[in-house]
Design a protein around this ligand. Structure first.
Ligand SMILES: C[S@@+](CC[C@H](N)C(=O)[O-])C[C@H]1O[C@@H](n2cnc3c(N)ncnc32)[C@H](O)[C@@H]1O
Length: 211
């Protein structure tokens, strides 16, 4: 049986993580999502996104550069300070940052909910509620994109994090059109050092006519 660890991530840990990731390029999953939306979205006039757990803000900046309005939510004050320092003045009006836990959030109607390596940090008891909130907030034709950790991940069993097997991810995707469901199992690195990764990249589209 795997060891169980509580409360693994302190504000200091996250600040170190933001410094470690600040120079990375936008995530491939974000670029893939935006290319998909551009490809299918000739009818789409509105570009409003919610980013959950934005970290150092690189992906929020990419959304802003591409003309999206972004509501960026993270549990850490340091994340908000990090991102706000990085936003060019001409894009500031398109960004709202909120410091709040993702558990218990209320979200406005939106065209994209993007959560890169952040939903795994949701308390598993609160995850179903968060997942419902995401779905409710998405407008018809809107997308969810993000990663979910798999049950074979080295951190599986740590609390209060959320992990899913493939069947669990497929259950979460019910009622959406699956644009991408890609499973990765690999040896790699995390901010803490070498790590066995197991995660799912997911892009889902909420059915319905784009308003
Ligand atoms: C692994 S980082 C990912 C950051 C960024 N999205 C990326 O891809 O590099 C997870 C982020 O989620 C935030 N986070 C973790 N638990 C959270 C919670 N319960 N509520 C809100 N944000 C949380 C952390 O502060 C951190 O910025």
């Amino acid at each position: 049986m795997r060891p169980t660890t509580r409360g693994a991530c302190s504000p200091r840990h996250w600040l170190g993580y933001y410094r470690w990731t600040a120079d990375r390029p936008p995530r491939e999953l974000l670029l893939q999502t935006l290319n998909h939306i551009d490809w299918e979205g000739r009818r789409r006039r509105r570009r409003e996104a919610v980013e959950l757990g934005f970290g150092s803000g690189t992906d929020a900046l990419e959304l802003l550069r591409r003309g999206w309005r972004v509501l960026a939510i993270d549990g850490q004050v340091a994340a908000a300070k990090f991102l706000e320092r990085r936003v060019p003045p001409r894009l500031r009006a398109s960004l709202t940052t909120v410091v709040a836990p993702m558990e218990g959030l209320e979200l406005p109607p939106t065209d994209l909910v993007y959560a890169s390596f952040s939903l795994p940090f949701c308390d598993p008891e609160r995850f179903p509620d968060l997942w419902r909130t995401i779905r409710t907030s998405l407008r018809p034709g809107g997308h969810f994109a993000g990663q979910l950790f798999g049950t074979d991940d080295a951190w599986a069993g740590r609390r209060p994090f959320s992990f899913f097997d493939r069947a669990g991810v497929q259950r979460l995707a019910r009622g959406y059109t699956i644009e991408l469901l890609r499973e990765t199992v690999e040896e790699g690195r995390s901010y803490r050092g070498p790590k066995h990764w197991h995660y799912f990249d997911v892009i889902l589209e909420k059915p319905g006519r784009v308003p």
